[in-house]
Design a protein around this ligand. Structure first.
Ligand code: HNI
Length: 142
């Protein structure tokens, strides 16, 4: 699956807005993930997952920063995320179904922070981009 030029433009332009509040968006995404899909908490037995905890915020910030790395290397996402792909497949062993759940929570967070930007086309472009990012992070499982 590859992103069209129009989709890349949408992603890159919206990233400009996301990056100014990346930490808040990352934290909210994880809060939504752990609240709506509590089974995902099983990967974080070593974390304090209460809303607003320091670990949750630090992790949310890392996840969104990695999404930013993918945006910056939008023409070569696999190389930008190579190390993370190995980490999730070989070390963390996160079941790929969870990537859909996290992507969904990030979409909802983006929609709620940027309602005026979240047209159907923007929604679709982000959905596709996050599918590409998730495939890269789970490709080593095959
Ligand atoms: Ni994920 C660690 C990015 C999906 C569980 N994850 C990271 C780190 C980044 C990251 C960055 C920190 C790596 C480091 O410290 O070197 N994770 C991403 C991204 C996605 C994603 C960009 C999808 C878009 N991770 C998921 C999912 C789960 C998940 C769906 C499980 C529900 N990730 C983890 C766990 C860690 C982790 C567990 C280790 C946390 C820790 O610090 O112990």
């Amino acid at each position: 699956m590859s992103l069209t030029k129009a989709e890349r433009t949408i992603i890159m332009s919206m990233w400009g807005k996301i990056s100014t509040q990346a930490d808040a968006i990352g934290t909210e995404t994880l809060e939504r993930l752990f609240t709506s899909y509590p089974q995902t908490k099983t990967y974080f037995p070593h974390f304090d997952l209460h809303a607003g905890s320091a670990q949750l915020r630090a992790h949310g910030s890392k996840v969104v920063a990695a999404v930013g790395d993918a945006v910056k290397s939008i023409d070569n996402i696999p190389s930008a995320l190579a190390k993370l792909s190995e980490l999730h497949a070989y070390v963390l062993r996160v079941d790929p179904v969870n990537f859909k759940l996290l992507s969904h929570c990030l979409l909802v967070t983006l929609a709620s922070h940027f309602p005026a930007d979240f047209s159907a086309d923007t929604h679709a472009a982000w959905d596709k981009f996050l599918t590409v990012v998730s495939s890269v992070l789970t490709e080593k499982y095959r």
